[in-house]
Write a protein that binds this ligand. Structure first.
Ligand SMILES: [Cu+2]
Length: 169
């Protein structure tokens, strides 16, 4: 009993000791993180503004279960090229990245792995060029409605983007 009590007390002593050490360490860590955070903040903000998605829109439609192009303007002021990897919209089951091939026949859309977004440039996604295709729409899309879609960039990360339904996109 005594031995147990002693070892218990020792254990408690050790615990207290390690807690003090831990809290001191986490205190220092917290200060360090705040310092690093403050130092990183302007950089993070600048990187965030370096790539902007503007005027994202889809055409209005009375039909359900159809495929619609998602068009947008992307301003990439970053020094490095980026790329659109994925897009997720709440009103469509799937999405693809498309380019348009112009060969002998009529222009044809083709799926690609990613849409290149060159640096220091404004890129326009268009029906007859690079665009995102939303597949199997889940609802009617009424002119003026707004949705939030996630556009995932290779470098800029996920951009929650407001997409407006437009009769003439
Ligand atoms: Cu397409």
């Amino acid at each position: 009993m005594i031995a147990i009590a002693t070892s218990g007390a020792d254990g408690a002593g050790l615990d207290r000791g390690s807690q003090v050490v831990l809290s001191r360490r986490s205190g220092i860590l917290a200060i360090a993180l705040v310092a690093v955070g403050t130092w990183l903040m302007p950089g993070v903000a600048a990187a965030d503004v370096a790539l902007q998605v503007i005027n994202a829109r889809v055409p209005a439609s009375d039909e359900i279960g159809i495929n619609l192009p998602l068009l947008m303007t992307i301003r990439n002021d970053a020094a490095e090229p980026d790329a659109i990897l994925r897009v997720r919209c709440p009103f469509a089951n799937f999405s693809e990245k498309h380019t348009v091939d112009r060969g002998e026949g009529a222009p044809a859309m083709r799926e690609i792995r990613s849409i290149p977004i060159p640096e220091n440039k404004t890129t326009e996604l268009k029906r007859d060029g690079y665009h995102v295709m939303l597949l199997q729409t889940r609802q009617k899309l009424v002119d003026g409605e707004k949705f939030t879609c996630a556009v995932v960039f290779q470098k800029a990360g996920t951009k929650e983007t407001e997409v407006e339904v437009s009769r003439t996109p």
